[in-house]
Unconditional design. Structure first.
Length: 356
């Protein structure tokens, strides 16, 4: 079967790799949609493939005999084959899996934090192929309701969950002011999440014209262009000199984290969801204007089938519409071109729907 494989740092190509077979607890899914994500770029450019097994020891068997790292962790599809012990699925079911999978047994999984599993769960790999494997399927996979499109389901597997999670884990209250730094796909999901949860004033920070437009569409009242104005002083003046109740860092840079820590009100919450990738350390201002007393929350994609079901319900009953995120459609066989487009941020790209 064809799969997009990382064969060298920064390089992906479509290759024929062996068809996966499901081990115990696993399912094999026939891909109906995949997409490229900012985290894929970290796996491609910053994180050496040799580090994948130390990071996720359960990947050793998965990678054995493959010519490289099968790429992609966001995917939707139809169950093709079911491994021993899987009880919730059968071939033909339309499903997706959280991009981070949990084992269901470790301490973190028991507290509902499947995305930071220490019991053998891992990031999915290989969704940018004709078929992909999901471990611990009964824990991590949900059937997709008919009213939820592949586009929405695939967002629920990662960036919608993370973006909405930024707002939930900040415990944003109805009417709170929220300022979100960066409106790439992830930041846009945080904007939609703040609006869906009942934010008051939503301020976003972005300079790319297409992203500014998408931000307004998804719920921002004010978009600050950092090339024209200083975001922190603008947020201060828009919030009567107090700072926002909640600030969100959504790209993974020191500069935007710094902005988020300085634009939050005294006692407010800084919520960080950007993936800092190769950045080994973050520093944080401990002085005015936000003063010392504040919460800092960092979030990895909230995962597991119940999480997916909640997101599906807010899509179909809460009428959350994230379709503005899909700016491009390409064939799965064009995934390497999709990476180039995404990396160079050409043509106002946000999400690229890749279909067989
Ligand atoms: Zn992702
Ligand atoms: Zn676990």
């Amino acid at each position: 079967m064809q799969s997009c494989v990382k064969t060298a740092p920064g390089k992906v190509e479509m290759l024929d790799i062996p068809m996966p077979t499901p081990g115990p607890g696993e399912i094999v899914v026939k891909t109906t949609m995949a997409t490229v994500c900012g985290s894929d770029m970290h796996f491609l450019d910053d994180i050496p493939t040799e580090l994948i097994i130390p990071l996720y020891p359960s990947m050793a068997g998965f990678l054995a005999g493959l010519p490289g790292l099968p790429m992609g962790h966001e995917g939707v599809g139809i169950v093709h084959a079911v491994g021993e012990g899987v009880t919730r699925f059968q071939p033909g079911d339309r499903v997706c899996s959280s991009c981070l999978t949990g084992c269901g047994k470790c301490l973190q999984c028991h507290t509902g934090d499947y995305g930071i599993c220490t019991g053998g769960g891992r990031c999915l790999f290989g969704t940018e192929g004709e078929y992909f494997v999901v471990p611990f399927a009964d824990i991590n996979v949900a059937k997709v309701p008919d009213e939820v499109s592949d586009e929405h389901a695939i967002l629920a597997t990662d960036i919608m969950s993370t973006g909405f999670g930024a707002i939930e884990r900040a415990e944003m209250k109805t009417g709170d002011s929220v300022a979100i730094f960066a409106q790439g796909p992830l930041g846009l999901c945080a904007t939609a999440g703040a609006r869906a949860r009942g934010a008051g004033l939503v301020i976003t920070v972005e300079s790319v014209p297409e992203r500014i437009e998408a931000s307004k569409k998804l719920g921002a009242n004010v978009v600050i262009n950092p090339q024209e104005k200083d975001p922190v002083s603008e947020i201060m003046s828009l919030t009567n000199g107090r700072g926002a109740d909640v600030t969100v860092e959504a790209v993974g840079l020191q500069a935007t984290f710094d902005g988020a820590t300085r634009a939050v009100r005294r006692g407010g919450t800084v919520s960080s969801i950007g993936v800092y990738g190769a950045l080994p350390q973050l520093s944080m201002s401990t002085v005015a204007p936000s003063f010392y007393h504040r919460k800092v929350v960092m979030t990895f994609c909230p995962s597991g089938y119940d999480r997916l079901n909640h997101l599906f319900d807010i899509i179909r009953y809460g009428k959350v519409d994230l379709s503005a995120l899909f700016t491009h459609r390409m064939k799965l066989s064009q995934t390497p071109e999709a990476y180039e487009l995404f990396r160079e941020r050409r043509e106002g790209v946000l999400k690229i729907a890749l279909t067989p």
